[in-house]
Design a protein around this ligand. Structure first.
Ligand code: FES
Length: 97
């Protein structure tokens, strides 16, 4: 739930094929967590992840672009129409639920 800064322009991106409403200036992490989602499920089997350092240092917030490129959710700006996956394309890791 978003409690402040609700006057920025909304935009829609897609997470695992589902629309997520973000606001201009959000990072992917803010957009995903404000929508009530987790970022992803840990590839090490220790549960759902929501980022850790929030400053592009710990690598706990990886998500993937549609073409398989790896993105840090905490430092990647949300943009209209962006399609991301919470699991690495082609990997056998568990997916976020
Ligand atoms: S939360 Fe640490 S790199 Fe994104």
């Amino acid at each position: 739930m978003r409690l402040a800064e609700q006057d920025r322009a909304p935009l829609t991106l897609y997470v695992d094929g589902q629309p997520v409403t973000a606001m201009e200036g959000d990072t992917l992490m803010v957009a995903m967590l404000a929508g009530g989602r987790v970022l992803r499920t840990s590839e090490f089997g220790d549960g759902k992840r929501a980022g850790f350092c929030l400053m592009a240092a710990c690598q706990d917030c990886w998500v993937w672009s549609e073409d398989g490129g790896r993105l840090r959710a905490c430092s990647t700006p949300a943009s209209a129409g962006l399609r991301i996956s919470t699991s690495q394309p082609g990997a056998s890791w568990p997916t976020a639920k």
